[in-house]
Design a protein around this ligand. Structure first.
Ligand SMILES: Cc1ncc(COP(=O)(O)O)c(C=O)c1O
Length: 405
């Protein structure tokens, strides 16, 4: 059994203060804090192994290459991908989705084709598809959701047809916390012959992911949201699909041969990794994955489930507070509104208490519109948060009510 006090000691930032109060960091859906193990992996790389990869004949470059490719294999195991070449390093979940949207635009999408997304997508899983539609004449279709923030799968069944080229859905909603039934969605899409892209940016920090079991054809993750560095993420893609797509960016590393007449491309994953990648970032993400593994998913899930239930009860008990996002299956994200008080005012008062939450539309404006709220306040938890921090949040929210009451 892990104990959260010991876990917290691995995260230097958590011992700090904000506005003279002990920091209560509850904005993990925006970005997570980094354990010493990740920070040390970055420092070690830059102090002992820094060289460019894949091209040096000298030992230092070979060591850097080995460390980078070891990180790829590590993330392959983390996602249970069938092959390391199905792991493509990118800048983050946004770039992972843009990679698929851009390359599909150039190769597969035609006028009248359809891309299906859901009503609860982050803008990064909407806008790339809108751009793709603008360029090709394809159309965006949307799976609706109910008031609790659960997708309507009957509506999805009705949306799938011979023109559908992709279903792109989030695994966990960043503004509502809903865990979507991705396995069922993938089965429905596959029965209609349609591949599925899953935005796993908010799932990877909270749930064990098995891309093969889920039936995800593409899966996007973001390093900085899962205790790794910023500027690194992964696109998982099934071999056949990645092989079938044209390159994303042109440059060094992604070619087999270049002449002015003709260029041929490197095999996976190099075909999608043009230029010098974020080598240290990939190694740092590998260390983050090791860290999650050492805590164990059983402990993480049990602890976060407890925090979410405790926080939901505590906030619901405060008059005038309404939880936004009440799906039956939820990860540790708690959005709420307060009668007559704007979310930004909630965020500002909590900040004075040293409590960091997010206020706004969370890059999900269509969710706000669907649920009829301009913005929400959002507390999002990680495994290093505690019940005492939830108590501080509840006290802070009660104070907001006093101030504005
Ligand atoms: C559900 C979801 N998808 C995608 C993203 C974008 O991720 P990144 O910061 O890695 O580009 C976010 C970030 O908030 C997110 O919450």
């Amino acid at each position: 059994m892990r104990d959260v006090a010991t876990v917290r000691r691995d995260f230097p930032v958590l011992a700090g203060t904000a506005n003279g109060k002990p920091l209560v960091y509850l904005d993990n859906a925006a970005t997570s804090q980094k354990p010493r193990q990740v920070i040390e992996a970055l420092t070690r790389f830059y102090t002992e192994e820094n060289a460019n990869i894949h091209r040096g004949v000298y030992e230092l470059s070979q060591r850097a290459t080995l460390a980078y490719e070891r990180a790829r294999a590590n993330i392959q195991r983390f996602l249970n991908a069938a092959d390391p070449h199905e792991i493509v390093f990118v800048r983050g979940a946004t770039e992972a989705i843009n990679l698929v949207a851009t390359t599909m635009t150039r190769s597969r999408l035609r006028r009248e084709d359809e891309i299906v997304v859901s009503a609860m997508e982050h803008h990064s899983n909407i806008v790339p598809w809108q751009i793709a539609c603008e360029l090709t004449g394809a159309r965006l279709r949307v799976i609706p959701m109910n008031d609790a923030g659960e997708l309507d799968l009957e509506a999805l069944a009705a949306l799938l047809n011979e023109r559908t080229r992709l279903v792109a859905v989030t695994h966990v909603s960043n503004s509502l916390g809903t865990i979507n039934p991705v396995r069922t969605i993938a089965r429905m899409a596959h029965d209609a012959g349609v591949p599925v892209l899953v935005d796993g940016a908010q799932a990877a920090p909270h749930l064990p992911i098995d891309v093969q079991d889920l039936g995800a054809d593409f899966y996007a993750i973001s390093g900085h949201k899962m205790f790794g560095p910023t500027g690194i993420g992964v696109l998982y893609g099934r071999t056949e699909l990645l092989d079938d797509l044209p390159p994303y960016q042109g440059g060094g590393e992604m070619i087999r041969s270049v002449t002015f007449e003709e260029t041929t491309y490197a095999p996976l994953p190099a075909k999608f990794e043009a230029g010098t990648p974020h080598i240290a970032g990939a190694i740092g993400l590998g260390a983050a994955v090791d860290y999650i593994r050492h805590l164990s998913w059983d402990w993480i899930e049990q602890h976060e489930h407890d925090l979410l239930a405790y926080a939901t009860e505590a906030l619901t008990a405060i008059p005038g507070v309404r939880i936004i996002g009440t799906a039956r299956e939820k990860a540790a994200v708690l959005s709420f509104v307060m009668d007559g008080i704007h979310a930004h005012d909630i965020g500002t008062i909590l900040d004075q208490e040293g409590i960091a939450i997010r206020a706004g539309h969370h890059c999900t404006q269509p969710v706000m519109e669907r649920l009829g709220v301009p913005a929400t306040a959002r507390a999002s938890f990680a495994f290093y948060n505690t019940r005492a921090e939830v108590d501080a949040l509840a006290q802070g929210v009660a104070k907001v009510r006093e101030v504005f009451g």
